[in-house]
Design a protein around this ligand. Sequence first.
Ligand SMILES: [Fe+2]
Ligand SMILES: [Fe+2]
Length: 320
Amino acid sequence: MSFETIDTNVKALWRFDYDSNIKPLRDLYEVAKKEQWNAALDIPWHIETDPSQIGDMSAPNAEPYDFVKALPKEKQIEFAKRRSAHLLSNFLHGEQGAMMICGQLVEVVPDMDGKLYASTQVIDEARHVEVFHRYISRLDRIYPIMPGLKALLNAVLTADLWQMKCIGMQVIAESIAMGSFKTMLAITHDEVFKKILQLTSQDEARHVSYGLIYMKDAIPKMNEPDRDRLEDFAFTAMTLLATTPQMEGGRSTDPFEQIYLELGIDPQKATSEIISRMMDPEAVRAQPNPFRDYAYPQLERVGVITDRTRAKYREVGLAA
Ligand SMILES: [Fe+2]
Ligand SMILES: [Fe+2]
């Protein structure tokens, strides 16, 4: 058994007038009730997963890496399987974070429509935890959370403004999840995984809508110092997730090192090939980038990116 605690400072807010005051949020709440599904019953778990059909998530829009192509076929399949388990482990941890953050949203958001809707998202995220956990157990083990993801989730859990929680979770994290699920859906041929991604994406689309609707209503009502803080928080959240090095406590946590060693891949060779591709601007442009392609445009849409902060996103390559 392992657990970790962080102190959060959540100010719970009661409402005693129960009438709807943000109609689009109330409508979304109605949609959420209709679109509930059951992770135990609505996924075709009876279909066995053929490992060769999962797909390699490591190079979505490109030729597989040379170090992968050099492996015998069955080891290539094994690599893809473990790589997927690593990626999905991070989604699994992210889903747990989302579940906890939505629990906070129920407490902190000031409108009854916002509270009612957020309560439906708590069960959505519980379902996602359930479904990813179950699917990963078909592939491999659960890998540890990557430091950047953990830093983002902890920043949102401890944020003091409810608008920060809403931007960090509903707009940034949810948009990135949507983009990544879309990429994975295009790669995999496993029917079970496809169904998981389809149903989960349907929920995540609603979660992004909540963020967009609510923030469009709330941001113009904020005072200037809080708005500035929110804009800075959005930038920090984006960079935490996109650029935090894979180091924790001074120790390299190259997430794939364990996979390389177990499959007889030379870690140095693999890492240098991955880094050289990351340094090639053309290759980077060709790869899907959920930060640039999904999260940034949504931040722009709700008015969190302003003349004061736009240049900072460009500097770190996160602007669309
Ligand atoms: Fe989720
Ligand atoms: Fe979500």
